[in-house]
Design a protein around this ligand. Structure first.
Ligand SMILES: C[S@@+](CC[C@H](N)C(=O)[O-])C[C@H]1O[C@@H](n2cnc3c(N)ncnc32)[C@H](O)[C@@H]1O
Length: 569
């Protein structure tokens, strides 16, 4: 069954690549995505169908117009009628210029709109509710029900979509009641949507049609990674490593084979062993005093090498050096040069501090889209992205076990609407660009960024304001007794810890005694794993585990945590 659905999905996607403004095809793919257990992708396709259908009713208010390829029957009919009117040619030469843009497509009609609009709303709202994105589901649900009511008899079938929408509205009301602890509102218009959760979850899987993910453990890929690593960390090596599998609440002996960094030779305390710079960075500060490319602080205007402005005239895009300027043009800025006014407003100046970290991931996504467009490379093939860990669950296993696991944060705003805005502001047609920027590609990018990006907090309000992906640095695994410290300015570095920096192990035994372990000596021995830390190692074990849980995907089981929580002697 799943195989058949996957085949239909592949056929439909190929058709969409050929006919990207056809809302019928998006609706069909939304149905398939829903059946395959991807309500997030179903909602995204339904939204594309809806945006295109809006143009049928309001052509002047929409940038992209719903058109579809003509069928063979229609082609014959058109050529027959053209033959009949051939004598009258030239009379209305300039009429319907728009229609002649591409003689293989015709505008979607109001009748077609009436046939499918109800189901489009139903799929969109059901998809968003399934993911837990109640706030946007509510907004679309209200719009959908009002529209079905207004269109009344013009629609072929209002009953089915209305029933679906009402069922979803009941679920939304239940969520609202849970949140407000008040009785269910009798009228849906009485709901204050701000109280409903906007963020839900999607499945964090390696999509079965994703052909971009490398087999990172294969000897050839490891050799490739090691060639890259040799340039920035000559004493280190990437190797496969068995880590405790941390997913799920139960502790098991299961292991997860991943990658890690290892010392190829003895490393002295305080020695800098890795230096990596990356242009896959993002900041939510508007009009910043940081380099647009590497995010290092800008030099003074009076410095021997003062900051460099964008040669294309972007007023707020400043670089710390000519080198960063030139690299930026080649790596990400080329495609967005001159477009900063529209792009600047997306994801910055976030009023609610809770949303700041999520918006940084959106900005990182925006940078990846700009890199992909500038370099003309698929975003999942970018060297900064391709080899990084995505913490994907196994798709087959999930379907087999009929699991409901959804662990990738997902929202209508961050995964559907704002990425489309990015593309539009970059003057890219988001429908034509589907092969590059489909929602599953964006979800995959988010999964990778959420597992690997490092962040920096604001000295002003303590909120997250900067984040970056350093694709080789992030191959290092975590320990609460790390053997390196990291620092990040223009580049990120690892230095071996010296003996006064190594962690102090301490625990209170059942009879109230405090036990300590002798801290380790500094430096790193040949063949030892390079161990980073994803949380503050000065915290007690319980808090460390809470802080590192998101980045690790579960409760830390490093030697120090196991010992301090009395799990081992
Ligand atoms: C930034 S990546 C580290 C590199 C990763 N191992 C790879 O193959 O690319 C973070 C992921 O590594 C794994 N990991 C890191 N440290 C770990 C530890 N101490 N125990 C178990 N898993 C760990 C977790 O799956 C986590 O989500």
């Amino acid at each position: 069954m799943a195989i058949q659905l996957l085949e239909s999905r592949a056929e439909n996607t190929t058709a969409l690549y050929e006919d990207p403004h056809n809302p019928h095809l998006y609706l069909e793919r939304a149905r398939l995505h829903e059946q395959l257990g991807f309500p997030d992708l179903a909602a995204a396709d339904a939204y594309r169908a809806l945006s295109l259908l809006d143009s049928v009713i309001d052509p002047d208010g929409c940038e992209f117009h719903a058109r579809r390829k003509i069928t063979t029957t229609e082609k014959t009919e058109i050529s027959e009628s053209a033959d009949q009117t051939v004598t009258g040619a030239n009379e209305n030469e300039n009429e319907d210029e728009d229609e002649d843009e591409d003689d293989d497509t015709v505008p979607v009609t109001e009748e077609e709109y009436n046939t499918i609009i109800g189901e489009v709303y139903a799929l969109l709202v059901r998809g968003l509710v399934s993911c837990g994105c109640y706030r946007d589901a509510y907004e679309f649900g209200v719009r959908g029900l009002d529209l079905l009511h207004d269109l009344g008899e013009k629609l072929k079938d209002t009953t089915t979509p209305s029933t679906v929408l009402n069922t979803q509205m009941d679920k939304i009301k239940t969520m609202y009641t849970l949140r407000t602890k008040k009785s269910s509102p009798s009228n849906i218009h009485d709901i204050d949507s701000a109280i409903l959760p906007a963020q839900g979850f999607a499945r964090r899987v390696l999509y079965p049609w994703n052909t971009h993910e490398p087999d990172r453990r294969s000897p050839s890929e490891l050799a490739f990674l090691n060639t890259r690593l040799a340039e920035i960390a000559p004493k280190c090596e990437v190797r496969a490593v068995a880590l405790p599998a941390l997913h799920g609440s139960e502790e098991t002996d299961e292991v997860s084979i991943q990658l890690g960094l290892f010392a190829k030779e003895d490393i002295a305390p305080d020695e800098v062993i890795l230096r990596e710079s990356s242009l896959l960075t993002a900041t939510n500060r508007l009009h910043d005093d940081l380099c647009d490319a590497c995010n290092a602080p800008l030099p003074d205007l009076s410095a021997a090498e003062p900051p460099v402005g964008c040669s294309g005239g972007c007023a707020d895009t400043i670089f710390c050096s000519q080198n960063c300027h030139d690299k930026a043009q080649d790596v990400y800025h080329g495609a967005i040069c001159g477009l900063e006014d529209g792009l600047e407003s997306i994801g910055k100046d976030i009023p609610d501090p809770k949303d700041k970290a999520d918006c940084l991931y959106l900005l990182l996504l925006g940078r990846a889209l700009a890199m992909s467009a500038t370099q003309n490379v698929h975003a999942l093939e970018l060297p900064e992205v391709k080899y990084i860990w995505g913490d994907f669950h196994d798709y087959e296993a999930e379907v087999g076990a009929n699991s409901e696991v959804a662990s990738l944060p997902f929202s209508f705003q961050l995964n559907i609407l704002q990425p489309m805005r990015f593309l539009e502001e970059m003057e890219i047609d988001p429908y034509e660009a589907l092969p590059r920027f489909d929602t599953w590609v964006l979800n995959t990018l988010y999964a990778k960024f959420r597992g690997t990006a490092s962040g920096r907090l604001s000295t002003w309000d303590g909120g997250p304001e900067l984040c970056a992906v350093h694709p080789l640095w992030c191959l290092a695994n975590h320990s609460c007794d790390p053997n390196v410290r990291w620092e990040w300015s223009a580049e990120i570095t690892f230095s071996a810890r010296h003996c006064e920096e190594t962690a102090v192990w301490s625990r209170t035994t059942a009879d109230g005694k405090i036990e300590m372990k002798e801290p380790k000596a500094g430096g790193i021995a040949q063949d030892a794993e390079i161990l980073n830390h994803y949380c503050d190692i000065g915290l007690p074990v319980k808090e460390r585990r809470e802080w590192a849980c998101g980045a690790l995907g579960g409760k830390c089981r490093c030697d120090r945590c196991a010992w301090e929580s009395l799990e081992v002697n």
